[in-house]
Ligand binder design. Structure first.
Ligand SMILES: C[C@H](O)CC(=O)C(=O)O
Ligand SMILES: [Mn+2]
Length: 338
């Protein structure tokens, strides 16, 4: 693996992309994608249920395949690439973290709502004990002012996070808002700073470049945009853009293009594009993983999914409150009957 990298990419299609395909990954798909990512020299490959370890449930969506089998498969073909896992305290536990580490996962990304970093202390410390690289992942970063994000990132740093991420879970942030967040983090923490975007307003690339310009050196992408909502910053496109800017990622562009076209495109249930639903996620500031849940609730109650999403945005519903999606759909249907 080349050490000559300015930016370290974490490919999230095998985790964030799980939302887009209703958590239906098979071992064969994960083997093929992870092998191709490793061949393309991608440094980190994230594998877990979309909502992180132990996310498979009625609330978040049942996985087709036990995620530990998927992690094991990815590790078996990862070569020099490192397998990362996501864990949301309260969904995943120390038990699953240990199981993933025993299978060979090398990085633990501990995700909390942007104002709740304190719940990550135990998990970050334990991941360190297990010898894993640790990331603090502040989700829904548009919902907190810059000073709050800094305070929360410092907490994660104090627990032992090697990197802290600003996560634009809703694809809501504008480039200047990303800039001010990353700049403040760079001024305030001594660890790596990362950015994870969603493309609901077609701003994932612009936001990622703004983050890099402000000094972020850990960046997430999803090949062929295989992530929740309209997907994340498209990895193969990002590699091409950064190469033109003279920024080294160490990732092989042609191999990423081939992976996107030949292996990932056939996995997608529908091609990733900015649909009216994903646009509404970004417009209303709603968690990208709510898209499929809202679509199903809209069909069940015969209401417009955009109305559900707008209402969820108004109520500032966050990850973990997926049950509210059905409640809101039912309320809209009931109000219509009056
Ligand atoms: C659990 C979420 O899907 C994590 C994530 O990727 C985000 O908040 O964005
Ligand atoms: Mn995401």
């Amino acid at each position: 693996m080349t050490d000559n990298r300015d930016i370290l990419i974490t490919e999230v299609a095998l985790r964030d992309g799980s939302h887009a395909i209703a958590h239906q990954y098979t071992v064969d798909q994960v083997l093929n994608v992870a092998k191709a990512l490793s061949d393309a020299n991608v440094p980190y490959i994230e594998v877990s249920h979309g909502d992180g370890l132990a996310g498979s449930s009625l609330q978040y969506g049942l996985s087709k395949t036990d995620e530990m089998k998927l992690i094991e498969a990815a590790v078996s073909v990862a070569g020099e690439s490192k397998i990362a896992v996501l864990l949301l305290p309260g969904i995943g536990t120390l038990h699953e973290l240990k199981e993933a580490a025993n299978l060979g996962a090398k990085m633990a990304r501990i995700a909390t709502h942007v104002t709740e970093a304190d719940v990550s202390a135990q998990h970050i410390a334990y991941a360190k004990e297990l010898g894993m690289e640790t990331v603090g992942f502040l989700m829904m970063s548009h919902m907190a002012p810059v000073d709050k994000i800094v305070e929360q990132a410092k907490l994660m740093e104090s627990y032992g996070a090697d990197t802290v991420y600003t996560v634009d879970s809703a694809g809501y942030l504008l480039p200047d808002q990303v800039r001010e967040r990353i700049r403040a983090l760079k001024q305030s923490v001594g660890v790596n700073v990362g950015f994870h975007g969603h493309n609901n307003l077609s701003l994932a690339m612009a936001n990622t470049l703004a983050a890099i310009d402000e000094g972020a050196n850990r960046i997430d992408g999803s090949v062929r945009c295989l992530g929740a909502g309209a997907g994340n910053t498209q990895t193969e496109v990002l590699i091409a853009v950064l190469e033109r800017m003279g920024i080294q990622t160490g990732v092989d562009l042609y191999k990423m293009m081939d992976l996107a076209e030949e292996i990932v495109a056939p996995i997608l249930h529908v091609p990733q594009e900015i649909t009216r639903d994903s646009l509404t996620l970004g417009y209303a500031g709603v968690y990208s993983s709510f898209a499929l849940h809202a679509k199903r609730a809209a069909e069940k109650f015969n209401v417009d999914s955009r109305d559900i999403l707008i209402e969820l945005g108004k109520r500032k519903v966050v990850g973990g409150q997926e049950d509210m999606i059905v409640d809101v759909a039912a309320e809209i249907a009931k109000a219509r009957m009056k």
